[in-house]
Design a protein around this ligand. Structure first.
Ligand code: X8Z
Ligand code: ZN
Length: 612
């Protein structure tokens, strides 16, 4: 029982006086080996401590991200230190508890999660957690307040993101790309390198080789097998990517000429309609098939034509979920969310979804623009919120997570795949006369592939780079060069100009300063096609898969809710099986979806020297 009291006391001390958190690990736990009952009591208290800490840190982080000032930055830094300190202390104790005989499989599962659900393992040396927190708050602030230039004038993050999607002027694109990477990424490098060292020291204290090894340990399987699984999936989908790359390159060459885009070799990274070239759908107009490429509609234009504003877009997103039989969002969602960029203060615009009280204080934080990208992002974020609410009855905070983090990222995207022309008619965004005929199927698939397929190597390489940074094979001097090598190797891209060795282009992508692992998005990209295919099967869809919308289908909703409400209480293959019948994460469903397009691309690319 001592153990129970001491952890609660520890958690309390973390709030009142963070300095106490640096004292040696709880001595009370070290005197004698606890018995099963004591260990179970400890697990329960640790779980409650974690629950409470997520609420406290969540509130502080919300205030910081929706109002970046020197003060909120300092509060966030302290809260970050508190959170990471609690995580590592709990993990260290969980390792001891795991040796106690007589624990149930359930107890052991929680103990494993306590040891592996950690993103930033700070070391217990005095001041280390605070140093990490301060550095992270600083670089996250740099990202949030970041600017580039367009025609020499300053332009903020969300505006530059949009302008990268619409400009077709290669000089402007280059200016925006270079200015963003130089002004946002570069100043972060030293802080980032220090954070890596701190984080690795923390991971090693917990018995992991480095932070990357810790990240890979959170998938209900051997970490090496997990790395191999990502490689297997990549090999399944890579041929499709290479065909898309090849076709896109030739279209860019046609449009801009060899002075801007060569006929062979890598693609210039700023020409693809997105600051990071992670999704290319914005340049569909450049790659549309001759003759049949005009789809006759554009979601962004439809939203504008129908006078949608940001809130109405979110209501439409909610409408998709309620059509499946899920409950509407709570009133507080509408009162507390940040749906548009506020005036007169700095915020972090990168979209996110929150569940502040681990129950139903759901919120999104976006700087929504009325365009197709943000319509999809809204569905994505609400997927997180609906997942969060579905698992809120789980008895452990450790189970209030996705089956794995890829599941969490995939739910909303699965819904967004249902934004078909027929669906747009159903919700009154488009007239029935505008539904593209069957001869537009290639165009529809290509539009989708530009976002979905193009993303795959990007989704993989961010953590391939970080895994290398954490395991020491990529040293600070080599951060930039290794980044560009991976961009070339996986995506077949080059920056629009030679990059100086002291640049830090990874920092110009949100998830690097925010320390959000990225393999989740790679997994989600294939998982969403597994979920979508299963949902369409459940809905009894006959016809080309990409035309299927399961909007309004209560049976799909019930099945979805069954998977979502499991949270992380069972290993992810169980959750996957509950919804799809398969226990394997795989790229095959995605390949089936795009099969007609792949064939078409191969035909278009005939005679070309594909690859780079
Ligand atoms: O970061 C996100 C979401 C928030 S979880 C908006 N995504 C990745 C990104 O933007 O880089 C969604 C797609 C990939
Ligand atoms: Zn997400």
């Amino acid at each position: 029982m001592k153990t129970l009291v001491s952890l609660a006391a520890l958690a309390a001390s973390l709030v009142a006086a963070p300095a106490l958190a640096q004292q040696a690990p709880d001595a009370a736990l070290n005197d004698a080996a606890p018995n099963a009952a004591a260990a179970q009591a400890w697990i329960k208290a640790a779980d409650q401590g974690y629950f409470d800490q997520t609420v406290r840190t969540g509130r502080t982080q919300w205030v910081y991200e929706t109002n970046i000032t020197d003060d909120t930055e300092a509060l966030f830094a302290a809260s970050n230190a508190e959170f990471n300190t609690l995580m590592v202390k709990t993990a260290a104790e969980a390792a001891r508890m795991a040796k106690v005989p007589g624990l149930t499989a359930e107890d052991q599962r929680k103990l494993v999660m306590m040891r592996t659900q950690i993103t930033s393992p700070v070391p217990t040396t005095p001041g280390a957690a605070e140093e990490f927190g301060t550095r992270q708050a600083r670089i996250q602030g740099l990202y949030g307040k970041g600017h580039g230039t367009l025609n020499g004038a300053a332009i903020n993050g969300s505006d530059i993101e949009e302008a990268m999607g619409t400009s077709r002027n290669p000089d402007q694109l280059k200016e925006m790309w270079l200015s963003w990477h130089d002004s946002v990424g570069k100043p972060m490098k030293d802080d980032y390198a220090k954070m890596v060292a701190l984080s690795n020291a923390g991971a090693q204290e917990l018995g992991f080789a480095d932070t990357g090894a810790l990240w890979r340990s959170n998938y209900d399987m051997d970490p090496a097998a997990f790395a191999a699984l990502t490689e297997k999936i990549w090999n399944e989908v890579r041929p499709l990517y290479v065909q898309l790359h090849c076709y896109t390159r030739s279209k860019l060459n046609e449009k801009y000429g060899a002075g801007v885009q060569q006929k062979s070799g890598p693609i210039r990274a700023d020409l693809l309609g997105n600051m990071w070239a992670q999704e290319w759908g914005n340049i569909y107009d450049v790659v549309a098939p001759k003759g049949s490429g005009d789809l006759g509609y554009d979601v962004g234009e439809l939203l504008v034509a129908k006078d949608y504003d940001a809130v109405k877009m979110v209501k439409a997103g909610e409408g998709f979920y309620t059509s499946l039989g899920l409950a509407p969002l709570p009133e507080t969602f509408w009162a507390r969310s940040q749906i548009v960029k506020p005036q007169g203060r700095e915020v972090i615009c990168h979209a996110s979804a929150w569940d502040i009280d681990n129950k139903d204080d759901l919120r999104i934080k976006m700087c929504t623009k009325v365009n197709g990208d943000d319509f999809v992002t809204i569905h994505h974020e609400l997927g997180h919120n609906y997942y969060q609410r579905a698992y809120n009855a789980q008895t452990s905070r450790y189970y209030m997570e996705g089956a794995n983090d890829g599941f969490h990222e995939a739910i909303g995207d699965t819904m967004a795949l249902s934004i078909t022309p027929e669906y747009l008619v159903q919700i009154g965004l488009m007239g029935r006369d505008k539904v593209p005929a069957a001869d537009k199927d290639t165009g529809l698939l290509l539009r989708q592939a530009m976002d979905k397929v193009a993303f795959l190597p990007f989704g993989l390489l961010i953590d391939r780079w970080r895994w290398g940074v954490f395991d020491g094979s990529i040293k600070p001097d080599n951060y930039e060069a290794a980044w560009n090598q991976m961009r070339l190797k996986y995506q077949g891209l080059v920056p629009p100009a030679e990059r100086p060795a002291d640049a830090f282009d990874p920092g110009a992508k949100f998830h690097i300063p925010a320390v959000v692992p990225y393999t989740r998005y790679f997994l989600a990209r294939v998982l969403q096609f597994q979920f979508y295919e299963a949902a369409c099967r459940e809905a009894g869809w006959k016809g080309p898969l990409h035309r299927c919308s399961f909007y309004g289908n209560k049976a799909v909703g019930a099945k979805l809710n069954a998977m979502l409400s499991m949270g992380a209480s069972k290993p992810w293959p169980d959750a996957l099986e509950a919804f799809t019948g398969s226990r394997e994460m795989s790229g095959k469903a995605m390949i089936r979806y795009f099969a007609p397009l792949q064939k078409w691309l191969e035909k278009q690319n005939k005679g070309q020297d594909c690859g780079w």
